[in-house]
Design a protein around this ligand. Structure first.
Ligand code: G3I
Length: 303
């Protein structure tokens, strides 16, 4: 096939992009979106500050715009994200009582998941809960500090009840290199969840890479997670300067792992990227395909 989504679909995978509701009026943007991708992740619109800016008062306008657009285009939808220390409204981060915070977290998960029930193939239930550096432990956040380490398990159990059909993912960055302490920490958590029957279906590796692209161990990391009995997904791919080789290496690693079910790039054109100055994406500012695009398509098996 001649597009990323159609070619990925030939092996049962998806090839998606992050989408910003504010860009849906841009015809160049939507033209590429409609043509190339078969999965969509809202870049910011399903985050807590967007969906529940004050307690119990939910706003789904921008998220609905993206969800409806995805559905109209026959694309899958990834949910991003339910429990994250960042883009979290102040009213949540200032809660100090465990029972209150547990109720607030469970209500948020349940309400947002119910809104999109049956329409989301995978949810990033918990995002970026592990610390950077050598500890391999959870980072400090209102969730960990008030609820304890068990908040992640609680969030996944609540999510499974809310939408039993959605795949439930743990999503993080800098877990692509197998020997890193952070990777090992996430691996131990997933192994423990599977051993104890805590519902988890997938690990999202964000894959925000530097110029060299993925570490040499990337494919091993994917297959090691998969061997625990979860799917793996590349959820936020971008690569500084977008070298074709670096993109090819990333796509190849996924293609070589049966349980790597899809790849999402974190934006369409370089100008749409959160790291725009590094030109990390597959399309240039004018919406033209870059050499990295051809590398990705060819590695998927397309022409
Ligand atoms: O919407 C407001 C606007 O009203 C305001 O005028 C403007 C002024 O700064 O800010 C706008 O919000 C910005 C928002 O993007 C929407 O554009 C925020 O400041 C800005 O911080 C936010 O950045 C997002 C970032 O997450 C926040 O953490 C990026 O777009 C988004 O790409 C990025 O995505 C994250 C993933 O969710 C998780 N993994 C890392 C990844 C990259 O940081």
């Amino acid at each position: 096939a001649s597009t990323l989504g159609a070619q990925a679909a030939q092996s049962g995978r998806y090839f998606g992009t992050a989408v910003a509701a504010g860009r849906l009026g841009d015809g160049t943007y939507t033209g590429i979106l409609d043509r190339e991708f078969n999965s969509v992740t809202p870049e910011n619109e399903m985050k807590w500050d967007a969906t529940e800016p004050s307690r119990g008062s939910f706003n789904f306008g921008p998220a609905d715009q993206i969800a409806n657009r995805a559905q109209a285009g026959g694309k899958r939808l990834r949910g991003h994200t339910l429990v994250w220390h960042s883009q979290l409204p102040g009213w949540v981060s200032s809660i100090r009582d465990a029972n209150t915070l547990r109720g607030v977290m469970n209500n948020h998960i349940t309400t947002v998941m119910n809104r999109y029930k049956g329409r989301i193939h995978s949810w990033d239930v918990v995002n970026e809960a592990f610390a950077d550096g050598p500890s391999g432990q959870l980072r400090s956040s209102v969730f960990r500090d008030v609820l304890g380490n068990g908040f992640i398990e609680q969030a996944f159990r609540t999510a499974r009840s809310a939408d039993p059909a959605a795949k439930l993912c743990y999503n993080d960055y800098n877990i692509e290199n197998w020997s890193d302490a952070k990777t090992q920490g996430v691996y131990r958590m997933v192994r423990d969840f599977k051993a104890r029957g805590v519902p988890i279906d997938c690990v999202g590796l964000q894959a925000h890479f530097g110029t060299g692209g993925p570490p040499a161990s990337f494919q091993s990391t994917l297959s090691n997670f998969a061997a625990l009995g979860v799917d793996v997904q590349i959820t936020e791919l971008d690569i500084a300067q977008a070298s074709p080789t670096a993109y090819a290496n990333t796509v190849r690693a996924c293609m070589n792992v049966a349980r790597c079910t899809g790849i999402t790039v974190w934006g369409i054109r370089d100008s749409d990227s959160w790291r725009a100055s590094e030109n990390p994406l597959l399309f240039d500012r004018g919406g033209n395909k870059k050499p990295a695009y051809n590398a990705a398509l060819t590695t998927l098996g397309g022409t």
